[in-house]
Design a protein around this ligand. Sequence first.
Ligand code: PLA
Length: 449
Amino acid sequence: MKTISSSSSPSDRRIGALLRHLTAGEDSPVDKSSVFASPTSGVTGGSVFSHLVQAPEDPILGVTVAYNKDPSPIKLNLGVGAYRTEEGKPLVLNVVRKAEQQLINDRTRIKEYLPIVGLVEFNKLSAKLILGADSPAIRENRVSTVECLSGTGSLRVGGEFLAKHYHQKTIYITQPTWGNHPKIFTLAGLSVKTYRYYDPSTRGLNFQGLLEDLGAAPPGSIVLLHACAHNPTGVDPTIQQWEQIRKLMRSKGLMPFFDSAYQGFASGSLDTDAKPIRMFVADGGECLVAQSYAKNMGLYGERVGALSIVCKSADVAGKVESQLKLVIRPMYSSPPIHGASIVAVILRDKNLFHEWTLELKAMADRIISMRKQLFEALRARGTPGDWTHIIKQIGMFTFTGLNPAQVSFMTKEYHIYMTSDGRISMAGLSSKTVPHLADAIHAVVTKPV
Ligand code: PLA
């Protein structure tokens, strides 16, 4: 047996220290294999995890995994909703670069833990951004806002809070919805049900079905609402329809939980896209709002977002915040500092804020122009079918109506990657790639079955 000497490697020395610690007081030499051996190797000879089955890739993020493996030079990723420039490159906003420069230049900045609720200034500015600068709820101090890990984290924290403290444990989500919603809320401890939303025959809103299903939901149920740019359908209610939804929900005491992942991406205006939420807040009732800065500030990987709970009184809002802290602390203790600091720099400075709105509008406009170009390209090819939904739908995605077999054909033959439900991220297209996509769609809808 090899003995551990002072000239051995650092890892040997660490093991030596461990052995000495374990055998303190014993004179006899210890067999090192008892430390190196897997604790189970004597029992089964294999891993304690050997029973695991390979899990499938995520239906959205897995599209990028497949795309990355494809060596084709013409490959196109229209899976995940991530903005690309006309050159097909990811974009860091100019205003974000400026904010980061400011942060770097400030030598007084430190890296201490943030409080459990995150960066307090960021929270205040985020509530203002979504509810409006003149929101009575903010003025009356009845909004409790916590920084969370982007939109997903905000939904999860909100879900767990409701599962713990709200009398109704059922959340209704749109049919269809973002694939992560049911998983987030189930794991948060809520029971998930769906309400009708999309009508495949019109490729528009099934408003009647929506009203019927929410009308039949047990009083007090939680209802998840996409604030704007519904994912995956790109179909939003009109303001008049929102008003009817609001009246119905308030009359039944249904609890609105808004998911705002695309503020500014639908219309190009931050205020316009926040209107549905502000209508619900204006009636004095309570609601939850999950905000993400992934898309509208291009801060995807910084994981910056916020959860706001609008309450009836400042007293309740204070208690809500104290309970949110109890949800967050054992989950990830406190949120990251960098992304929230970028957002705070931009939102607090009038000039930077204005610059951001221009860059945001430019992104939204480019997406709208992609819709027009794709629609025109299909028309020019005489592709059978009504494709007007491409220009009617709103936000980052077009819900094409293509089925999983057609999607798979386009991936195999044209190296175009998209989710199997036929959703394409318009933000991933450019003038250069529109013809390729139009060729693929034309081929798949005209090919003999
Ligand atoms: N809510 C909705 C409706 C979303 O579409 C997304 C992201 C999120 C929340 C969460 O985003 P965040 O946590 O990054 O803030 N949906 C993307 C990405 C863009 C994804 O699936 O993670 C999508 O491609 O659908």
